[in-house]
Design a protein around this ligand. Structure first.
Ligand SMILES: Nc1nc2c(ncn2[C@@H]2O[C@H](COP(=O)(O)OP(=O)(O)OP(=O)(O)O)[C@@H](O)[C@H]2O)c(=O)[nH]1
Ligand SMILES: [Mg+2]
Length: 465
């Protein structure tokens, strides 16, 4: 079957596997008549256009049948929801069948709908239709996916910022202001005989400067938005036996990594996701970095170095009793690093350690064994990354790299506009860059973008959403 946006699509919208119920969703012009072919109001399996006759936005009790054989075969007892376009998730007719959530019964129901004329939905196709139907802009559609994937409170709040339309609203307002300025400039270019070039230029400059400020504020939220969505990656590294795995376990609250007094205990990367102050943190415990001829340990040390190169924060653990500091990896030079001076329960004097560290090093004293100083370490991480001043519930926050990139590109072009204006260049110069900047911002909303970009965004959704 060739794919078309007019097809009626079907998919299981709940996760695979056994569950209390599962929802099979059908969306498109023919959703009701297709559902009519498999749903009956009674146990005897008489077809009577059951769904088509239901009142709009109601739920009814019914039965799913396979009518392909000589006698109707009862598949499941179900609840059917009917929602007529346009007040639906996709803006199209929707039917949702709540079935008993067994793997086989759900797949059988889906198979029957496909046989009755529906097409299997592609990943994110329901949400894509909501976008194409004009119910949400592209930033809203992207937020749906962020919300599904959110693993922490702040990730969820940041996604809601997009879903509630805050990003779309802000960008639309900025676009409108810029388009207004552009209209004034265009008039001035078209009717040069009126000679109000200078006044128009001044007005445009005011608009530009205020919208640049708004965009910069938005762009600056990305560092927090990205962390809320993706988390920070913290790598725990240091020399063997320094107490890295003990610290890892403190973060996890479980015995995630093996701890022994034998140097070289951890040989592979150990990864765990934890929450810190409502933010997702990806933690990696690594093999102690040292010169070794042991082939397995050597691979572990290489992996530790690779992990460091992609970290947001390095916790370099040093044993206060037997301090060793080896340059962990070339990439660590520019990396945010906290030097964790460990085992201070058995060695309080850390002056020898401090002498080893680079000048101005950010150091925290702890005992991973007793927990002493661990709160200060968490506090330091919070200061560095998770500034508590941001209110995800009310402020507009950018979490998408795509949005950030487009905003920054627009900012670059708007700066050029301001510069051309200041230099008194003809307004045509300003107009051209202003138009391009507005186009960039419109792309955030999904206007004037290629099908390829749209497809690429929805490809990352799950089937059924
Ligand atoms: N006294 C004391 N002992 C500690 C502390 N932290 C870790 N240890 C001990 O130090 C030894 C090594 O701890 P690990 O956490 O396995 O050290 P590691 O850095 O992961 O070691 P490798 O995986 O071998 O590189 C164990 O015997 C721990 O119990 C601490 O704060 N105080
Ligand atoms: Mg270890």
């Amino acid at each position: 079957m060739t794919r078309s946006e007019n097809d009626t699509i079907a998919a299981v919208s709940t996760p695979a596997g056994s569950g209390g119920i599962a929802i099979i969703r059908l969306s498109g012009q023919d959703a009701f008549t297709i559902a009519d072919k498999i749903v009956s109001g009674g146990k005897s399996g008489v077809l009577s256009a059951f769904v088509s006759k239901m009142a709009d936005h109601t739920i009814a009790h019914g039965y799913v049948f396979d009518f392909s054989g000589e006698k109707p075969e009862l598949i499941d007892e179900c609840l059917v929801s009917k929602m007529e376009a346009p007040k639906t998730y996709t803006t199209e007719n929707i039917v949702e069948i709540n079935s008993h959530g067994g793997y086989s019964v759900v797949n059988k129901t889906l198979e029957l709908l496909l046989r009755a004329g529906a097409r299997a939905a592609e990943p994110g196709e329901f949400t894509k239709r909501a976008f194409l139907g004009g119910r949400i802009d592209l930033s809203g559609a992207e937020a749906v996916m962020d919300l599904i994937n959110a693993k922490t409170e702040n990730g969820r709040r940041a996604a809601v910022s997009g879903l509630s339309g805050r990003i779309g609203h802000e960008i639309t307002e900025i676009c409108n202001a810029l388009t207004g300025a552009l209209a004034g400039i265009d008039v001035s270019i078209e009717y040069p005989e009126y000679e109000f070039d200078e006044a128009v230029g001044k007005d445009a400059l005011l608009v530009l400067e205020s919208q640049i400020r708004r965009l910069k504020t938005l762009s600056d939220t990305y560092s927090q938005g990205r962390i809320a969505k993706e988390g920070i990656k913290i790598v725990i590294a240091g020399s063997p036996n320094a107490g890295k795995s003990t610290l890892m376990n403190v973060f996890c609250g479980t015995d995630r990594s093996i701890v022994t007094n034998v140097p070289g205990t951890t040989r592979d990367l150990i990864e765990e996701q934890v929450q810190l102050f409502g933010f997702p943190v990806i933690l990696q415990d690594t093999a102690g970095i040292r010169q070794t001829s042991d082939i397995v340990e050597k691979i572990g040390v290489d992996r530790a170095r690779d992990a460091i190169s992609s970290a947001d924060l390095l916790l370099y653990v040093i044993d206060a009793k037997a301090p060793v500091y080896d340059e962990p990896a070339p990439e660590a030079a520019g990396l945010r690093t906290i030097y964790v001076i460990n085992k201070t329960d058995i060695e309080e004097d850390v002056s020898a350690v401090l002498k080893l560290l680079p000048e101005g090093a950010d150091a925290v004293k702890i005992s991973a064994l007793t927990g002493e100083g661990v709160d200060s370490l968490f506090g330091r991480i919070k200061e560095l990354f998770l500034l508590g001043t941001f209110d995800f519930t009310s402020e507009t926050v950018i979490t998408s790299e795509r949005h950030k990139q487009l905003i920054d590109e627009a900012l670059g072009l708007l700066d050029l506009c301001v510069e051309s204006n200041r230099q008194g260049l003809p307004l045509d110069f300003v107009a051209e860059d202003l138009r391009l900047a507005t186009d960039k911002l419109c792309e955030i909303l999904g206007k004037n973008i290629s099908d390829e970009v749209v497809d690429n965004i929805f490809r990352h959704f799950c089937v059924g959403k």
